[in-house]
Design a protein around this ligand. Structure first.
Ligand SMILES: C[S@@+](CC[C@H](N)C(=O)[O-])C[C@H]1O[C@@H](n2cnc3c(N)ncnc32)[C@H](O)[C@@H]1O
Length: 308
């Protein structure tokens, strides 16, 4: 059997119970009270712990099933207005603001020591964007910028380049202005990416995304990549989370051929990025699997670069 071109992106890591079910602690106040009453009885405590574990697993399994069912429904819908708040894709505006602030706090604590995905993601993006800038790219568009931290680092390192970060949230724009407003070659816009691509040229530019496309439907990505080509974009970099699908229980097998997307976890999807890039005329030039410090054993990033 010939080796697949994207075999290195296939995650070889079967899920154990702790990865399959999220652990949120006891939620039932009566069980907590009961636990307090019998706290001094070792035998009862041991039995209660067993009961609690059983309850816990049933509850987590039920919650996970509800989440998966929602993802399957969302994936099937392929709504045309997926970019709008209230479309059910992605999060709401306050949650997105909270995410940007949370990422800012992570930076204050030092991302390298965090048990999270951000550190390795930022390192990879910084390296990739710097590489593209060194090879001559002059304009970069970050779709779904969130906190423009990496953009700010590379903008400072490459004053000859112009960085545009677009986010649908006006709140995020305020955070970015406050943190990075002093960087003259970094522009943070609040608005719809399709409006921007319709009204501005990005000739020979780079479009990049991080932790964004996996929240949006496949039809949105096809539309985004086609709009990017129309606006003159030459390279597209997608750095998106992947892992074992909580729906199929299997890793996604990436391919240059068209393949359906599948639910990943919560509101996230596993898309066939190589074929989506191909469809818009950006064949894949580089692809990489990135492991992070996230405690879930199967959580990874995929990084693919397509070029026209
Ligand atoms: C999960 S966040 C990712 C933030 C950031 N890239 C990171 O890795 O930290 C996805 C972002 O995409 C933005 N977004 C979604 N659809 C959009 C659209 N059509 N136009 C502009 N921004 C959009 C959301 O507002 C959200 O902040």
């Amino acid at each position: 059997m010939p080796r697949s071109k994207y075999e290195h992106l296939t995650i070889d890591c079967p899920l154990g119970p702790s990865e399959t079910f999220t652990n949120k602690g006891i939620q039932n106040k009566y069980l907590v009270r009961l636990e307090n009453i019998v706290a001094h009885n070792q035998l009862l405590m041991a039995s209660l712990r067993k009961l609690r574990n059983f309850y816990h697993e049933c509850d987590d399994l039920r919650q996970e099933e509800i989440r998966i069912a929602r993802s399957v429904e969302l994936l099937a819908k392929e709504q045309p207005d997926a970019q709008k708040f209230g479309s059910a894709y992605g999060y709401d505006e306050l949650l997105e603001l909270r995410a940007a602030i949370n990422y800012q706090h992570q930076l204050e604590q030092g991302v390298d020591t965090l048990v999270a995905e951000s550190g390795k993601l930022y390192q990879h993006l910084e390296q990739k964007l710097s590489e593209l800038a060194s090879k001559g790219a002059k304009v970069f568009l970050n779709f779904g910028v969130g906190l423009a931290y990496v953009d700010s680092l590379v903008a400072l390192k490459h004053p000859e380049c112009h960085f545009v970060g677009i986010d649908r949230s006006e709140f995020t724009q305020v955070v970015n202005h406050r943190c990075y407003g002093h960087i003259s070659n970094l522009e943070c816009i609040a608005g719809d990416v399709f409006e921007l691509l319709k009204t501005r040229r990005f000739d020979n530019g780079v479009l990049f995304t991080a932790r964004t496309l996996l929240l949006l439907p496949r039809s949105f990505i096809l539309k985004l990549y086609a709009a990017a080509a129309e606006a003159g974009i030459r390279q597209i970099l997608a750095v998106e989370q992947i892992g074992i699908s909580r729906y199929t229980g299997r890793p996604y097998e990436f391919s240059d051929e068209d393949k359906p997307s599948v639910p990943f976890r919560a509101k996230m999807f596993l898309h066939n990025y190589p074929s989506l890039l191909n469809a818009a005329g950006f064949p894949v030039k580089e692809s990489q699997l990135i492991q992070t410090n996230h405690p879930h054993r199967d959580f990874r990033f995929l990084s693919v670069l397509g070029e026209r």
